[in-house]
Design a protein around this ligand. Sequence first.
Ligand SMILES: [Ca+2]
Length: 333
Amino acid sequence: MMSSEHLTCSWLQQLLVVLLKLCLTFAGPLRPLNGTDCTAKGPASYILVFTGHWSPQAFPKQYPLFRPPAQWSKLIAVSHNRHFRLWEDGAPASAGVQSFAEVGVTVELMKAAKEARKRRAVGAMHRTAGIPNGIGHSSTELLMQPRGSLLSLMVKIIPSPDWFVGVDSINLCEGSQWKQEVNIDLHPYDAGTDSGFTFSSPNYPTIPQENITKITSEMPNHPANSFYYPRLKELPPIASIRISQQSRSSDRQVLMSNHILPNSINPRHFSVTPLDCEVSFWSSWGLCLGPCSRGGVRHRTRYILLRPANAGVPCPELEEQSECVAHSCMRLQ
Ligand SMILES: [Ca+2]
């Protein structure tokens, strides 16, 4: 004889089966719930190569040579869905973005990504070593899942107040296919948390905090800014990334173990940016030399603020003379 407990259990099991069937019927196989519209059947493996093009030829103004010289921080890359944002142009920087953009510390950034991973908004986090020069490569392997086919990344420009390069939420999946290769030129961004104007500016917090903005050859519109090149329509790319899908072949093992770059990756950018001479305002006129109002002359001077480079406009005269004005003469007996 069956107990009432057994009867209840069996009834509950049947109800669960019916509910499960109903769910499967209405969910449909082609309705992704991740908001990225990726219906690829399985994961994809990629190699991400970051290349720095920050040379004194392309960016001659205030190019950092010492303490510290121009270089790139470690690269942080996160795969995610639409419910996570590592950083966003025009939005305020998170605490993690601020500490990474200002001092290259990744703790807060990784903490936020780990929290998002708990609610399945983030898939995986990757990082590469830093690059000790303005020009160079770093690389990492990415394993992308259909439920998190977006990729965001950041690299800090060192030295700088709060400047970085990166990409925000590029989708490596298109419908049911993973993209074979993606190439993106990178330009500098300002995190909006430190008001320094030049690469080596001292720490000067921006209060209140501003939004993340793209730095261009004309913005910020101030001659003191390290990226201010009014003659350029746009800045040359300061870095680039190439994301290539790789098959699971033996090639990949060789590539990853030695960190040898594919032959197809060559420095593509040989930009040479002319830098014009910049001089100070004129000093006030000096005293009259020689007899006043009888052919006497006076002088004024200015000095060089920025030496020209790469065939930029040469410096003008730094000293000028003119005839004395009678009423400004000192009458010496
Ligand atoms: Ca700033």
